[in-house]
Design a protein around this ligand. Structure first.
Ligand code: MLT
Length: 398
C-alpha cells in the first residue's frame, strides 16, 4: 500500500496566498461587476524596466543563431551574473563575498523552502511569529515539528533578540521583514550572529526586500555583521527588486566557511552540499532570464529599478498616511513594501470586511502565525491609480 507523507496532514491544507485567491475568486463570482484592487500577495504590477527588457531581447536573439546559442547553462548560474552580484551587491558595500559563493536560482521562495533538505530531521528550528509561512511549512513537510516561535511584537519593534535559553540549531530571519515591514539594525543582527557562532547554529537570512531600504545605516545584508561568514546563508530575490515575480530569478549566498556537523561532530561545509542539491535537482534559471538579471547591475538598470522601487514606496507612504489619519497604528513602509496595520480585532473578519465592502484585497495577519492575529498586511505593489482609489474606498468604510 502506498504510504503518504503524513507530515502534510500537520499543515493547513491550502497555502496562505492560495486560500486568499480562493476567497477573492468566490467574491468575484458572486459580484462579477466588482472592481477588485489587490493589495494582498506581494506581486508587482509595474513593467520590467527598459534596460532589462533590452538585455532580454538581445538574449533572445542570441538563442536565434548558432553562434551565440545557449543550451543547458551552469546549474550554479552564469559567471557573468554571479560576478556582477558579488561586485555590486556585496563588495561595493564592503562585504567579502566571492562569485563562487553565489548560486543563482529561480527565486528566493524555492531556495528558502529547499535549503532545509541539507539538515538532519531532528534539528531545532526558530522563526519569528508572525512569519512568512514558507519557512515553517517546508520544515513541517520534512517532519520537523519542533519549532520555536520568537514573538515579533510592537514592544520589540518586530525584531526579536536571541532569547538566553534559545536552543535552536537554525533561525530564520527576514529583514526588511515580511509580513511586518520592520527593519533590523546592525546591532540587532549582530546579536543573532554572535548567538549563532557561540552555539554553532545557522542563520537563514531572507533579504528579499533589501532593495526597499532607504534609511541610512540599516543593514542590507547579514554579511555586514562581523563573523556572519561562519554562520549565515542569505537569500536574495529579483522579484520585488526588479519586478521578476513572473520572470523568476534570485540567488543564495553560501560562504565557504558555513558548516553543519555530522554525528561525530565533524564540520561539513554547506556550500558543496547546496551545490550538489542544486546540480541534481535544478537546471538553472534560463539564459534569457540571467541576461535580464545581469542588466539590473548596469548603471541604467540600477537607476530604473530604483525608480520603480521608489514608486512602490510612495504608494506605501500614501496608504500609511491615510490609515494613520483614520486612527490606525501602522508599522512598515519607508524601508519595505508592506504595511502592518493593527486592526484591533479578528484579522480574517477585517480581511472579509475590506473585500466585501471595499473590494480591496489584503492579507490577514493570522495567516502569518498566531501573533499576527489582530493585524492585516497591506502590500504597496499596485498602480498609483489603484492605490489612490483603494485609499478612497477605505476612507469610506472605515
Ligand atoms: C508575499 O506576499 O508574502 C510574497 O509575495 C509571497 C512570496 O514571495 O512567495
Amino acid at each position: 500500500m502506498l504510504h503518504v507523507n503524513e507530515n502534510y496532514a500537520k499543515i493547513k491544507p491550502t497555502y496562505l496566498f492560495a486560500e486568499i485567491a480562493h476567497r477573492v475568486a468566490a467574491h468575484k463570482e458572486a459580484n462579477p461587476e466588482a472592481k477588485i484592487i489587490r493589495l494582498g500577495i506581494g506581486d508587482v504590477t509595474e513593467p520590467i524596466c527598459p534596460a532589462i527588457v533590452a538585455a532580454m531581447h538581445r538574449a533572445v536573439d542570441d538563442e536565434a543563431g548558432r553562434e551565440n546559442f545557449h543550451g543547458y547553462g551552469p546549474e550554479q548560474g552564469y559567471a557573468f551574473l554571479r560576478e556582477k552580484i558579488a561586485a555590486v551587491d556585496f563588495r561595493s558595500r564592503g562585504m567579502d563575498i566571492e562569485a563562487d559563493e553565489i548560486l543563482v536560482s529561480d527565486g528566493a521562495k524555492c531556495d528558502c523552502g529547499n535549503i532545509q533538505e541539507l539538515f538532519g530531521p531532528d534539528v531545532k528550528i526558530a522563526v519569528g511569529d508572525p512569519v512568512y509561512p514558507v519557512y515553517v511549512d517546508t520544515n513541517i513537510m520534512a517532519g520537523r515539528t519542533d519549532i520555536r516561535l520568537l514573538p515579533c511584537t510592537a514592544e520589540n519593534g518586530y525584531v526579536p533578540a536571541p532569547p538566553a535559553d534559545c536552543d535552536a540549531d537554525i533561525v530564520y530571519l527576514c529583514y526588511p521583514n515580511n509580513p511586518t515591514g520592520a527593519v533590523a539594525t546592525l546591532a540587532q543582527l549582530q546579536a543573532w550572529v554572535d548567538w549563532a557562532n557561540a552555539r554553532k547554529a545557522l542563520i537563514l537570512f531572507d533579504a528579499a526586500y533589501e532593495a526597499f531600504i532607504r534609511t541610512p545605516g540599516i543593514p542590507h545584508s547579514i554579511y555586514e555583521c562581523m563573523g556572519a561568514r561562519t554562520c549565515a546563508i542569505e537569500f536574495r530575490s529579483y522579484s520585488k527588486t526588479a519586478g521578476f515575480t513572473g520572470i523568476r530569478c534570485g540567488y543564495t549566498v553560501v560562504p565557504k566557511e558555513v558548516c553543519a556537523y555530522d554525528a561525530a561532530g565533524n564540520a561539513v561545509p554547506l556550500r558543496p552540499m547546496w551545490t550538489r542539491r542544486q546540480t541534481t535537482k535544478f537546471n538553472g534559471a534560463s539564459y534569457i532570464t540571467q541576461r535580464g538579471a545581469e542588466a539590473i547591475y548596469s548603471p541604467e538598470g540600477q537607476a530604473q529599478t530604483r525608480a520603480t522601487v521608489d514608486f512602490y514606496l510612495e504608494n506605501g507612504r500614501l496608504m500609511k498616511a491615510a490609515l494613520q489619519a483614520l486612527g490606525y497604528e501602522v508599522t512598515g513602509g519607508g524601508d519595505s513594501p508592506y504595511l502592518w496595520v493593527n486592526v484591533k480585532g479578528d484579522s480574517w473578519a477585517f480581511f472579509d470586511k475590506l473585500l466585501k465592502e471595499a473590494n480591496v484585497v489584503t492579507t490577514p495577519g493570522a495567516g502569518f502565525g498566531r501573533a499576527g492575529e489582530g493585524y492585516i498586511r497591506i502590500s504597496s505593489f499596485n498602480s498609483r491609480a489603484n492605490v489612490l482609489e483603494a485609499v478612497e474606498r477605505l476612507k469610506k468604510i472605515l
